[in-house]
Design a protein around this ligand. Structure first.
Ligand code: FES
Length: 169
């Protein structure tokens, strides 16, 4: 089903030529709709603006308050992470802790001798709690200690701003 056109006012003139007012209405009806602006710097999609990208120095822990809640934010190169600034163990302020790359260990027993190899994961930052040195991954909050997880939030860069989404990640 098509859209019904509104009736045009005015009578056609003699000889089958429409009156000037009718022609004006038809021209207005046929004009394309104005184009929508896209990608405006001022337009941001849903999210809480917590500051400019430059407000978060690379590889530093920064605490911000959002709606009465204290969060930690950490930029890691072109990535950015947000988490609750409270350790799930006993509530230490995680932003007072230490930031480092994740270390992983693998063990093997070649020729009867145990062999342990350590490697550094450049792309997986972790925060160490200042009180008991437990380690939490910034990406998903996973802890080295089983049964604990740091609360994380979605955060992204958009038009030079950092936008946070509260709720489950
Ligand atoms: S309070 Fe963070 S590890 Fe104990």
């Amino acid at each position: 089903m098509g859209r019904r056109r509104p009736l045009l006012r005015g009578e056609p003139t003699a000889g089958g030529v429409a009156a000037e007012t009718v022609l004006r209405e038809r021209a207005r009806d046929a004009a394309p709709a104005p184009a929508r602006r896209r990608g405006s710097e001022r337009r941001v999609s849903a999210g809480i603006d917590i500051g400019a990208w430059e407000d978060f120095p690379d590889r530093k822990l920064v605490s911000v308050e959002v709606g009465g809640m204290e969060l930690g934010v950490c930029r890691w190169g072109e990535r950015i992470f947000a988490f609750r600034n409270s350790c799930p163990h006993e509530g230490a302020p995680l932003c007072a802790g230490f930031l480092q790359k994740r270390l992983t260990a693998s063990a093997s027993a070649a020729a009867g001798e145990p062999d342990v190899a350590l490697s550094v994961d450049e792309e997986s930052p972790v925060v160490l709690c200042p009180w008991h040195r437990w380690e939490f991954q910034l990406e998903d909050g996973a802890a080295a200690a089983p049964g604990f997880r740091m609360r994380t939030y979605r955060v992204r860069r958009e038009h030079g701003r950092v936008l946070l989404t509260l709720g489950r990640k």
